[in-house]
Design a protein around this ligand. Structure first.
Ligand SMILES: [Zn+2]
Length: 261
């Protein structure tokens, strides 16, 4: 679904596994096979940086001039800003900061948009969590197609297989995928899960059996709550959820600042 860049290696975790008929099904001991940069026993994350093939401004200019793939028979998009529906949903939008593999902000604004039914489902999930002492924290939601193209054009040819091809787009481009975790209502702090966000390791699998029992419990609380509202967790990332109707929405390319709602 998305590029994973961890430690000294550029790795596409989800897509390479998802496309491989030989995708690994068994879990290895936690101390083994963790990618470079991931410390065994700690869910902390280190972000890998590539050297983009072209200057960021040139990549952005070229990507904004390009055309996303055209699709027929999709619903009319209706992107809404999640925090406008519920201000107790928190944001930590990594692609709006330097804390990502390009080492530079890709989004001009730290905002989270989803198609209305998906956004309303996230709001319901947040409401269900409140009596349990938790709220939702979004890392990424709708992602304009040109950003997916920037990732592709920035990446050296020998690493191209590790980035999502803009000719296919992603569920984030359709406004129907959300990268999300829990924060504690009492402290406002993000909870600790079995892996960090965007970590490329088996610890990111939603059924990874390691970590502490409390980390697994919290991962289970997130998954159960989201799946009850119409989302499905991604097979290789505990934080990535696809809304059930994602196929009905088109790949979109509108910038955050041009979304009127
Ligand atoms: Zn995602």
């Amino acid at each position: 679904m998305k590029t994973r860049l961890v430690g000294s290696t550029l790795v596409l975790f989800a897509t390479s596994f998802a496309q491989s008929p030989n995708a690994p099904k068994s879990f290895l001991p936690q101390a083994e096979r963790l990618p470079p940069g991931v410390t065994s026993g700690s869910p902390s994350q280190q972000t890998f940086h590539i050297t983009p093939l072209k200057p960021i401004e040139q990549l952005r200019r070229e990507a904004l001039q390009a055309e996303p793939p055209r699709e027929q028979g999709k619903r009319t998009p209706d992107l809404v800003e999640v925090t406008k529906l519920d201000s107790t949903i928190h944001l930590d939008i990594r692609y709006a900061s330097t804390n990502n593999f390009m080492g530079t902000p890709l989004y001009t604004q730290a905002r989270a948009f989803l198609q209305r039914p998906a956004a309303e489902a996230v709001v319901r999930a947040n409401r269900v969590l409140k009596p349990q002492g938790y709220g939702l924290l979004i890392h990424d939601a709708y992602r304009p197609w040109y950003v997916t193209k920037m990732f592709w054009d920035a990446t050296p040819d020998d690493k191209k297989k590790f980035v999502a091809n803009p000719s296919e787009g992603s569920r984030h481009n359709r406004g129907c995928a959300v990268d999300i975790t829990l924060y504690e209502l009492k402290s406002g702090h993000e909870v600790e899960m079995p892996s960090g966000y965007d970590e490329m390791s088996e610890r990111a699998y939603p059924d990874y059996p390691g970590g502490t029992s409390e980390q697994r419990r919290l991962r289970g609380v997130l998954r159960k709550t989201m799946e009850e509202q119409g989302f499905k967790v991604f097979e290789f990332e505990w934080w990535h959820f696809d809304y059930k109707d994602w196929q009905q929405y088109p790949i979109m390319n509108v910038r955050f600042e041009d979304i009127s709602k």
